[in-house]
Design a binder for this molecule. Sequence first.
Ligand SMILES: NC(=O)c1ccc[n+]([C@@H]2O[C@H](COP(=O)([O-])OP(=O)(O)OC[C@H]3O[C@@H](n4cnc5c(N)ncnc54)[C@H](OP(=O)(O)O)[C@@H]3O)[C@@H](O)[C@H]2O)c1
Length: 263
Amino acid sequence: MMLARQRVLILGGSTEASELAHRLADLDGYDVTVSYAGRTTTRTRTPGRVRVGGFGGAEGLADYLTAERVEVLVDATHPFAARMPHHAARACATAGVPRLRVWRPPWERVDGDHWYEVRDLDAAAELLGRLGAGRVFLTTGRQDLAPFARVPDAWFLVRAIEAPPAMPLARACVVLARGPFDADGELALMRDNEIDVLVTKNSGGSAAAAKLAAARTLALPVVMVRRPPCPDGPRASSVEEALSWLGGLVCSEPRLAQDGASG
Ligand SMILES: NC(=O)c1ccc[n+]([C@@H]2O[C@H](COP(=O)([O-])OP(=O)(O)OC[C@H]3O[C@@H](n4cnc5c(N)ncnc54)[C@H](OP(=O)(O)O)[C@@H]3O)[C@@H](O)[C@H]2O)c1
């Protein structure tokens, strides 16, 4: 008897998504498609099938799950993807497909940190005005610059993976880079640019954590944007946890191959 390979859809956009796709590619038993929103023109190499672009809301995704006979969905979008996790939850409920959210733990404040936690980017911009920020290291991403246009007195060092399509900030310099970043490099960047405040989303993970250590060393304030709410349901905080959850599904639901292969 031959077991069919389980049809998995990974919603990508995080380092965990591509790591999970690589790990599943090395295992028998999984037929993986990774879906990207298509915001960046360059992507880390992903094994298996890749599709790009929105599904057309929760209804579109539910139709896709049914049409493609997806058996399990792993939502490994970035922790700041505000809409897709909710669409995924609704679509999976409609289509009767199990769903796992990969949700890496947020960063936690440690001794020596000077964090101001804010609910969103607008609140971050408003706080910069109140702090009288002069030279800001802005690491929230190229799609999220507009709210900071209302802090005209500040100069911004904007770090992004790709150049912003338009620059809404009057006084800014863009540095293009993709993590992981190391502590010495972050310290040098912040010192050389005479940064006096860091703005970041609480993305968690190790790839972008060095800027927090650098801010701590320089005793700089950090404006930390909290994550958007995430739907209820099973969560994995790492790729390892996601693999064991998927393994549990395979063990509990053996399926025969549809092509009639037998042994
Ligand atoms: N927001 C961030 O800070 C951030 C940072 C790094 C990476 N990303 C990644 O960039 C993507 C877009 O971010 P966002 O903040 O615009 O997310 P979002 O608000 O949750 O999603 C907006 C729309 O983009 C489409 N979409 C999102 N992720 C998709 C995926 N993996 N495959 C196919 N379509 C997807 C969906 O369109 P339809 O409704 O048409 O299906 C969704 O409604 C996400 O995949 C996210 O993981 C976001």
